[in-house]
Ligand binder design. Structure first.
Ligand code: FAD
Ligand code: UDP
Length: 389
């Protein structure tokens, strides 16, 4: 019946389905345990008609023209450049910490001295991860680094991850580097925006091909059986010899036999307010106050107009796969012990010759949307298309 089975209807699964159906005319079954497509990029209209991102604010940004061009086949764009303010010492200042932030928080003379030291040491437009700036030999820069670390990173990271910045791969805090610039945007990527009609529409279009069948509300374990030793796959009780593209958790595929890969989860608290605006920018971060990390106001991302506005507060929490409300694995936790455990699962995965592991969960990688799309396009070219030719 099907040449390919895909588990998961997020970006990884949907791009693969679209390519397989559209380019090689393959017959595809997509199995998704949620009641909707889109994975964590899913958006929907709430009771007051505001378009919200159900699993947290998603801003599309990329340096990769081929990814932008590919996605633009399925959507037009609301041109949007994300700006974030941080509530620090009673002020709202730009994040990432940049030269404007420096001038807002320091007396004029100090700010000027530090600015010229930053420019001299790193150059204009340099982006410096906080953990690197802390290693500065210059006493002034070291002091600045300690200030930024304490006011912007330490408490936010402890809330978000439950551990300090040093206990995570430096990549994590390096995503939001100190920026030697007056550009207040969160991302400097050439291509950025919010899909004009929302993300879910993109997925509807990707999965709308007549060769693609979609099975929602179904955990793959209900209909598939993958033998971890022989690699043999049974689908709906019959032997399946096509390819399985798996975008769920890699440890789940092996029944957690080496132990669970840790994740961080979130609780999203949505509030719809009877006023047309709530805050100055799309997102305001609260590194040092409250139990939530940030508040996002959706209308500021989407450009939607309404007399109401909806905001979401993000409360980080431990991931517990058996506890409703805490059972969504939002973030893999990047540190070396977890990477080692993941590498062991990859060893087991080698036996599953029909299975391709792809995406944030299957590759246990802190991917942004563009990176997942780029990876899926590459895997399609190298492992599906070339196989066919
Ligand atoms: P997912 O979107 O997680 O899709 C996997 C799918 O597999 C899910 O639908 C899941 O239900 C399904 N599945 C899992 N297990 C099973 C099973 N056993 N049976 C059947 N189905 C299963 N990226 C950006 O580029 N910009 C942003 O601003 C941004 N903001 C984010 C904010 C938050 C709070 C989070 C958590 C992520 C954010 N991301 C952002 C990252 C983005 O969500 C991911 O890059 C993207 O969703 C990954 O796609 P994916 O298909 O790999 O995974
Ligand atoms: N971070 C921080 N303070 C901030 C913003 C980010 O400490 O004000 C750190 C924190 O550890 C966070 C990481 O940088 O998890 C990456 O931030 P990003 O905004 O990229 O996270 P995401 O949007 O993926 O949740």
């Amino acid at each position: 019946m099907f040449d390919y089975i895909i588990v998961g209807a997020g970006f990884a699964g949907s791009v693969m389905a679209e390519r397989i159906a559209g380019v090689i005319n393959g017959k595809v079954l997509v199995i998704e345990k949620r009641a909707h497509i889109g994975g964590n990029a899913y958006d929907r209209y709430d009771a007051k008609g505001i378009l919200v991102h159900q699993y947290g604010p998603h801003i599309f940004h990329t340096k990769m023209q081929h990814v932008w061009d590919y996605l633009s086949r399925f959507t037009g764009w609301h041109l949007y450049h994300h700006r974030v303010l941080g509530s620090v010492d009673g002020q709202k200042v730009p994040i990432p910490f940049n030269l404007n932030t420096l001038h807002a928080l320091m007396p004029k003379e100090t700010a000027e001295r530090l600015e010229s030291k930053l420019v001299k040491s790193f150059g204009c437009n340099a982006k410096i991860p906080i953990l690197r700036l802390r290693e500065s030999a210059d006493e002034d820069l070291k002091e600045l680094a300690n200030f930024v670390y304490e006011k912007f990173f330490l408490h936010y990271t402890t809330k978000q991850w439950g551990v300090s910045p040093e206990e995570l791969n430096p990549y994590v805090t390096g995503r939001v580097p100190i920026y030697v610039s007056k550009d207040d945007r969160y991302f400097q990527d050439r291509y950025q925006g919010i899909p004009e009609e929302g993300y879910t529409k993109i997925f509807e279009r990707m999965l709308g091909h007549p060769n693609i069948k979609l099975l929602l509300n179904t955990d793959y374990k209900e209909v598939l059986d993958v033998d971890p030793e022989s690699g043999a796959i049974r689908a709906f009780g019959r032997s399946f010899d096509g390819k399985l593209i798996f975008t769920g958790k890699i440890d789940e595929m092996f029944d957690y036999r080496l132990g669970e890969l840790p994740y961080r989860s979130l609780h999203f608290a949505f509030e719809t307010l009877d006023r047309d605006s709530f805050q100055e920018t799309g997102t305001v971060n609260y590194p040092n106050e409250y139990d939530f990390t940030r508040i996002t106001e959706f209308k500021r991302l989407t450009g939607q107009e309404s007399r109401y506005t909806t905001i979401v507060k993000e409360y980080p929490q431990a991931y517990e796969r058996h506890t409703p409300g805490k059972d969504i694995p939002y973030y893999p936790v990047p540190n070396s012990a977890n990477q080692d455990l993941y590498a062991e699962y990859r060893q087991l995965a080698k036996k599953l010759e029909q299975v391709i592991f792809l995406g944030r969960l299957a590759e246990y990688t802190y991917y942004d949307m563009d990176a997942v799309i780029s990876k899926a396009l590459k895997v399609f070219e190298e492992q599906i298309l070339q196989d066919k030719e």
